[in-house]
Design a protein around this ligand. Structure first.
Ligand code: SF4
Ligand code: SF4
Length: 374
């Protein structure tokens, strides 16, 4: 059942990393889960998918294993059968098929020995193990999601909250929506996104060329250029250019992508009949997402962990907490340290708010929230 405060705001539970008790953040996560009572809808033998991101190979800023181990333990206490899951990537790094993906998860520390639950790549060996959910969206009438997520009885969406080049930020909405889609589903969400390069910023370092899995970028005289017929709109080049030279061609493409993500989330949420909760980790808040094969310096200091059954409220609360924290002075990508809207400074063409507004319009959550500190 949806929990709301008396004035119809959604409840977002919060453990602030600052504390007086000397209890570990891992123990406090368990206390927050207990007090929220959000796991009480797990029924005996429910298969509980812990939807997460194992980090790309080379990156180091993803959710640490003891937090996930604690979530696994709590699921077992409620008689659920937990497993960790994610889907394969559209781009061809080290998570593009289940073999590479499981190897990457193990290299980054995620194994059944370290977290106490098996890892299942939701869309199988090649990203084609998928099921279809019918929806009534403006972009989609059906969505394609990984089978293991489709057949799970309950989902815990454990999200490392970061900046993101396509949505401004990557939070619970993106983790569940894009992260549950099979390769086909991801392609359909990204398909209208074509990048552009700002010549003056391009250093011709070639990193984007190496990272494009579709041979869609070439080196020109003064900067790179795109072969549009090869481009799949995966956005990987936008993430990998550390000089900020690549961005979506038109801001409205980002808005469309945000709408498509919301429609995916809506479909999964309807199929699960509300048996989904969201945990956002505001720790190592990097400007780029965990799909990058490197981790940049965090944009603000660690803030804590949030928990809710409302994906819109938890993402809005996460953005608000980050935007009210001071910029990390070590952060070197910009000198506009005074801006309150960190994500607008980093991704100036992206209106991150749209995913929240559209999500609210589509009835999947509420931007109005009340923080309950644990
Ligand atoms: S990664 Fe950025 S700077 Fe390097 S070649 Fe590509 S666009 Fe240019
Ligand atoms: S050019 Fe960029 S968006 Fe297009 S396929 Fe290559 S990495 Fe993906």
């Amino acid at each position: 059942m949806k929990k709301e405060s008396a004035d119809s705001k959604s409840i977002v539970y919060y453990i602030d990393i600052k504390q007086d008790s000397n209890k570990s953040l891992i123990e406090r996560l368990a206390i927050m889960i207990e007090r929220s009572r959000l796991l009480t809808t797990i029924e005996s033998k429910d298969r509980v998918a812990i939807k997460m991101h194992f980090g790309e190979r080379g990156g180091h800023a993803y959710i640490r294993t003891p937090f996930i181990g604690k979530i696994v333990q709590k699921v077992k206490e409620y008689s659920g059968i937990p497993f960790l899951t994610d889907t394969n990537t559209l781009y061809s790094h080290k998570r593009h098929n289940a073999i590479d993906h499981l190897e990457t998860a193990a290299i980054n520390g995620f194994t059944s020995e370290t977290v106490g639950a098996p890892i299942i790549i939701a869309d199988g060996l090649t990203g084609r193990d998928q099921e279809v959910i019918e929806i009534k969206g403006n972009h989609f009438k059906e969505i394609f999601i990984g089978s293991a997520i489709f057949y799970a009885d309950f989902i815990i969406v454990a999200t490392h909250f970061t900046g993101h080049p396509l949505g401004g930020f990557g939070g619970a909405i993106k983790n569940l929506a894009m992260g549950s889609a099979s390769i086909k589903g991801k392609f359909l969400q990204h398909s209208e996104l074509i990048p552009r390069v700002e010549e003056a910023l391009c250093k011709l370092c070639g990193v984007c060329i190496e990272n494009c899995g579709f041979d869609a970028i070439k080196k020109g005289k003064n900067s790179i250029y795109f072969i549009e017929e090869n481009c799949k709109g995966c956005g990987e080049c936008i993430s990998t250019c550390k000089y900020g030279a690549i961005s979506p061609k038109y801001p409205r493409e980002s808005k469309k992508l945000q709408e498509k993500m919301v429609e995916y989330l809506m479909g999964i949420r309807n199929q699960k009949n509300g048996k989904i909760i969201y945990i956002n980790f505001l720790i190592d808040i990097t400007p780029g997402c965990d799909c990058c094969s490197f981790s940049n310096s965090p944009i603000v200091s660690d803030l804590g962990i949030l928990l809710s059954d409302d994906p819109i409220a938890i993402d809005k609360a996460s953005v608000d907490l980050i935007n009210s924290a001071p910029f990390n002075p070590l952060w070197s990508l910009t000198n506009k340290f005074s801006s309150e809207d960190k994500f607008k400074v980093i991704y100036k063409d992206i209106d991150w708010n749209w995913q929240l507004d559209y999500g609210q319009q589509m009835g999947i959550g509420n931007k109005e929230y009340e923080i309950v500190r644990i």
